[in-house]
Design a binder for this molecule. Structure first.
Ligand SMILES: Cc1cc2nc3c(=O)[nH]c(=O)nc-3n(C[C@H](O)[C@H](O)[C@H](O)COP(=O)(O)O)c2cc1C
Length: 363
């Protein structure tokens, strides 16, 4: 069956992220659906990312005064009205003809930070320069000069931070994609970088991975060099080990995204929510830690903040909105999660993000 065209109005039955998930499957080609939903190997981490929230129990408090309450957060010198950001997702033309333009528009409207991927189909200069709710995500470009050139372009076009994704120097082994021979369309534009990095020819006795992609992967020295060449905050995405978190703090990295890439790179990683707690224990008290992976409800956002997150990112949920109804769908998904989060805060008796802490979790 060919996919349905995107909707132009939101029908009343779309009330949760799960509703959007179901609806969006009707608007996407089957191979695109598997690309979006899938992950590495057995996809245990994909599943566990959602289970990690379902396993946690809340302990509410009551009778607080809510007259001054809000969901505001301040990160890297900027105020955000809520802590729900949009994670970098490449190739968004797969999901809707307006691709990243639609996502950025919805993010701006909802004052949610959008992280534009290196592998976007939309050039970073095509997004509204005045919109302050945008960061750029860098996939290391095999050498320092090419990587820095992208960062400088982001600076010129008013992106407010650089997110360097460090957990995917090689693509994950995605059985699902391999089985259906998933390939990106040949004609798909990638204005910032080619999808495949150039690694040159290998000698017969060289390892195709170690002397291939891993040879051009970034190292700590490269990240430090980049930081020395930009004034923007640099955030590392994909950190799970507390020792890496400690090292990042020592190097002067501005913040971390605790993430397993939505379970798409390495299967059976530590759940990001557990990693978050281990990392929170070794970094300075107010050090920015963002969390992504598996967030589907406002109560998940509450749990992430209670366990040490400063803010969260969503990936697949906003793509469900994009595929269903373009910018309107993305904005609606954000609105749903924001409202669910506010209701959770109210029912938990917490009036600001600063009040949300471990005491509200039964562990
Ligand atoms: C289709 C797809 C494409 C992605 N592309 C990127 C990317 O270009 N760069 C990146 O850092 N992460 C990428 N990610 C990972 C997301 O940024 C994020 O970590 C993940 O989706 C969070 O999990 P969730 O989908 O359960 O919310 C991608 C994820 C998906 C599902």
């Amino acid at each position: 069956m060919s996919p349905l065209p995107p909707l132009t109005i939101i029908p009343a039955h779309l009330q949760t992220v799960a509703d959007y998930e179901q609806q969006s499957s009707q608007h996407l080609a089957e191979s695109t659906w598997h690309y979006l939903q899938g992950g590495a190997m057995h996809e245990l981490s994909v599943q566990e990312n959602q289970i990690q929230f379902q396993d946690i129990r809340l302990i509410p408090r009551h009778l607080n005064d809510f007259s001054q309450s809000n969901t505001r957060v301040n990160l890297f010198g900027m105020d955000y009205p809520h802590p729900i950001f949009l994670a970098p997702i490449g190739h968004q033309a797969l999901f809707h003809s307006q691709a990243e333009q639609a996502t950025a528009l919805a993010a701006e409207l909802m004052q949610s930070n959008f992280v534009l991927s290196t592998l976007s189909n939309t050039h970073m200069e095509a997004l509204n320069k005045e919109n302050p709710y945008k960061w750029f995500q860098l996939y290391w470009q095999a050498n320092r000069e090419k990587s820095l050139a992208l960062i400088q372009l982001a600076e010129q076009h008013n992106y407010k931070a650089i997110v360097i994704t460090i957990d995917a120097p090689h693509t994950g082994i995605r059985d699902r994609e391999r089985k259906i021979f998933f390939q990106l369309p040949n004609e798909m534009p990638h204005p910032h970088a080619s999808v495949d990095l150039e690694i040159g020819n290998l000698a017969a006795d060289e390892h195709p991975i170690f002397q291939g992609l891993m040879k051009v992967a970034p190292k700590w020295e490269d990240i430090e060099w980049l930081m020395g060449n930009t004034k923007l905050p640099v955030i590392l995405k994909g950190v799970l080990h507390p020792a890496d978190a400690k090292k990042a703090v020592e190097c002067g990295i501005s913040g971390l995204i605790v993430s397993n890439h939505g379970g798409r790179v390495l299967d059976t990683t530590i759940p990001p929510l557990i990693a978050l707690q281990k990392i929170r224990a070794v970094v300075p008290v107010s050090y920015p830690l963002l969390l992504d992976g598996g967030i589907r409800r406002g109560s998940d956002i509450f749990k992430a903040i209670a366990l040490g997150a400063s803010a969260v990112l969503i990936g697949r949920p906003y793509i469900y909105g994009l595929a269903t109804a373009g910018a309107l769908g993305v904005a609606h998904v954000l609105k749903i999660l924001k409202e669910e989060f506010e209701v959770t805060m109210a029912l938990m008796g917490t009036t600001t993000l600063q009040e949300i802490n471990h005491d509200f979790i039964n562990q």
